[in-house]
Every structure is written in structure tokens, then in C-alpha cells.
Design a protein around this ligand. Structure first.
Ligand code: ADE
Length: 342
């Protein structure tokens, strides 16, 4: 990877993480946006509480930075339960997972981020834990191997993934509640920025909050990060008040353009347009030309470009749209190989 991306919702420093945490809504009532999801989740939580049962297992899927982890913590707070946090790649051995599962109490939440990256062995180990609240643990080896059946408390597994398509059907089917989190519209992001600036004790007007919202790629985590950069800029270059002019200069100086795109988005679009004549180009070839991991492009870069119609996925690869060319001031190359794509 070449440079750290301002708009990448991942890879944050510990200081940033602690500010992010302080800005996170703690309850469903504080949560802005995703109205339908919030309403459905509230019904399920209220029903579980009324029946004095644990909540069914929940799966959140959608691009990074949209609130999957926040929602897991909110579920724990609403259920007045403890939460244990881990991730697919961190769970290497069944023994690790066994240790976590056997320490859970009734109603506890186990949050597994990047659940699509669980190894098949760990995944299979989870099936009976999710379905029947028990695990089959193998002790000893070869002829002495024995399966011990260990009962577990009634816990809730909350899984998060950026790639629902990469989950196996047996794992997906074991979640009773299944929610897609979509990019936020600018109105919701503006409200989030206004709320966050209050928490940061920074004065912001509606216009400036709007500029930040419109450059945040539909992503609250990015909106909050841009807000902090703008706030720094206004503290140093102005009198601390966040104005529209300073907001625009601050974001321009960070390389975030009017559509919220950064150098990597623009580089990807330019390469498709200039180098591959507008596409189609396979994602592997794009990764190699950009010197970026394919996973970075698929998880962090292209979802928003797809959402705003700057990139389209076809069976023969990615193509850049005329809107993308216009945004970059490039004339769209005439490309006969695109005629058979749709
Ligand atoms: N901060 C980050 N995401 C948020 C959300 N959805 N609502 C309120 N504040 C937030």
C-alpha cells in the first residue's frame, strides 16, 4: 500500500479509536439513520426482553464503517448483557473459541467481526454452539480420541461481514436475524456530523456539516474522521468556528474532492479510463496495475464507486462510467469492446 487513506474506514490509530468510541451512539435511540433496520432490531430486542430470552443470532453485512460494530455494542447495552469481541482471522484454533464460548453467561453477546474469514474447522465448531448451545470438543488423538459434549449458556452470536456472498449457506442459515447496512444518505450524515461536533464541543453550522456529509462516501466513520480534520484546521487557521470556506479548503488540502473521492479512488478510475480504455478490466489486473491488494479494492474502494455509478461490474470486468470520466475531466474513450457487455 502506498499511502494511508484519509477515507479508509479501517487502519485507525489508538487515539483516533478512542475518539471514535466516544462518538459512537450507545443506544438505539441515539442511533441516526438505518431507520428500517433500527425498527426491526428494536422489535426483536423488545420481544426477547419481554420473554426473558436471549436474542437470536444476528448477522450484519455491508461495507466497512457503516456501524456494524456499533450496533453489536448497542445490542449488548439494550439487552443489558456483556459483549466479547473477536474476529474471524483472530480465531485460529478450536481451543481459542472453546475458551471464549465456555466462559459466556446467559444472554452474553459474542461479536465476531469479519466472520467470512473464519476457517472451515472453526466454522463447523460453531454450528452446534449456535444451534443447540453445545460444542463437541475432541480430546486426545488417533485411537484415543474422544468427543466430549460440552453444554453452553444461551448466548447471542453477532457476526459482521463486508462480504455476505463469502459466507457458507450453513453458517448464514444459523442466523435468525439478518440485516444489510447500506450507505447513509447525506441528510443522515449531516445529522451525525452535527451530533458529533456537539460531543466534541465544536461549533458547526448546517452548511459546513453539509459539505462534510457530501464528501463522506455515505459512511459515518469517514464523516466523523473528516469532521476531526476540519476541526483541527479551523482551530489552527481560524478562530475555532467551523465555516463552510475553511471546511472546503481543509478537505481539498486532504485530497478529498467534491464527490468524496481520494487519490486511490481517482487513481483507480484514471487507470480504468486511460490505461484500459474505460474497461472492462478484471479486478486482479486492476490490483496489479495499482499495486493494491484485491481485497482492498473490493472491500474499501469500489463499493462506493459502484454505489454512485462511477464504476460498473460486468461479467468481463469493471468499467468506468461517463459520469466518472466527466468528474475527472477525462473524455470517455470510445471502446467497441463494451458494446456486448450489457
Ligand atoms: N456516529 C457514528 N455513526 C453514528 C450513527 N449512526 N448515529 C449517530 N452517531 C453516529
Amino acid at each position: 500500500m502506498s499511502r494511508e487513506r484519509m477515507v479508509t474506514p479501517e487502519n485507525i490509530t489508538p487515539e483516533e479509536e478512542s475518539i471514535q468510541l466516544s462518538l459512537r451512539p450507545k443506544t438505539l435511540a441515539e442511533y441516526i439513520g438505518q431507520k428500517e433496520l433500527r425498527e426491526k432490531l428494536k422489535v426483536s430486542i423488545d420481544a426477547a426482553k419481554k420473554r426473558d430470552e436471549c436474542l437470536e443470532h444476528v448477522l450484519f453485512y455491508g461495507p466497512p464503517g457503516l456501524g456494524k460494530t456499533t450496533l453489536a455494542h448497542i445490542i449488548a447495552a439494550e439487552m443489558k448483557a456483556r459483549i466479547f469481541v473477536t474476529s474471524g482471522p483472530a480465531l485460529q484454533r478450536t481451543g481459542d473459541l472453546m475458551g471464549i464460548l465456555t466462559n459466556l453467561s446467559d444472554n452474553d453477546i459474542l461479536f465476531i467481526d469479519e466472520i467470512h474469514r473464519l476457517s472451515p474447522i472453526i466454522e463447523e465448531f460453531l454450528y452446534p454452539a449456535m444451534e443447540d448451545y453445545k460444542v463437541d470438543f475432541v480430546v486426545d488423538k488417533g485411537a484415543f480420541a474422544k468427543v466430549i459434549n460440552v453444554p453452553l449458556k444461551k448466548f447471542t452470536l453477532v457476526g459482521a461481514t463486508t462480504r455476505a456472498g463469502m459466507l457458507t449457506a450453513p453458517l448464514r442459515d444459523r442466523f435468525g436475524l439478518y440485516y444489510h447496512i447500506d450507505f447513509y444518505p447525506p441528510e443522515d450524515l449531516q445529522e451525525i456530523v452535527t451530533r458529533s461536533s456537539k460531543l466534541l464541543k465544536s461549533e458547526i453550522n448546517l452548511e459546513s456539516a453539509n459539505v462534510i456529509a457530501s464528501r463522506s462516501r455515505g459512511t459515518p466513520r469517514i464523516a466523523n474522521r473528516l469532521l476531526r480534520r476540519v476541526r483541527d484546521y479551523c482551530d489552527v487557521k481560524g478562530d475555532g468556528k467551523i465555516t463552510r470556506e475553511l471546511t472546503e479548503v481543509a478537505l481539498d488540502s486532504e485530497g478529498i474532492d467534491s464527490a468524496g473521492l481520494d487519490y486511490l479512488d481517482r487513481k483507480m478510475l484514471k487507470i480504468i479510463l486511460d490505461y484500459y480504455n474505460g474497461g472492462p478490466v478484471g479486478i486482479e489486473a486492476l490490483g496489479a496495475t495499482l499495486n493494491e491488494e484485491v481485497d482492498t479494492l473490493v472491500d474499501m474502494v469500489e463499493p462506493y464507486l459502484l454505489k454512485i455509478g462511477f464504476v460498473q461490474r460486468t461479467k468481463r470486468g469493471r468499467i468506468a462510467s461517463s459520469d466518472a470520466a466527466a468528474h475527472l475531466g477525462i473524455s470517455l474513450p470510445s471502446n467497441p469492446s463494451q458494446s456486448s457487455l450489457f
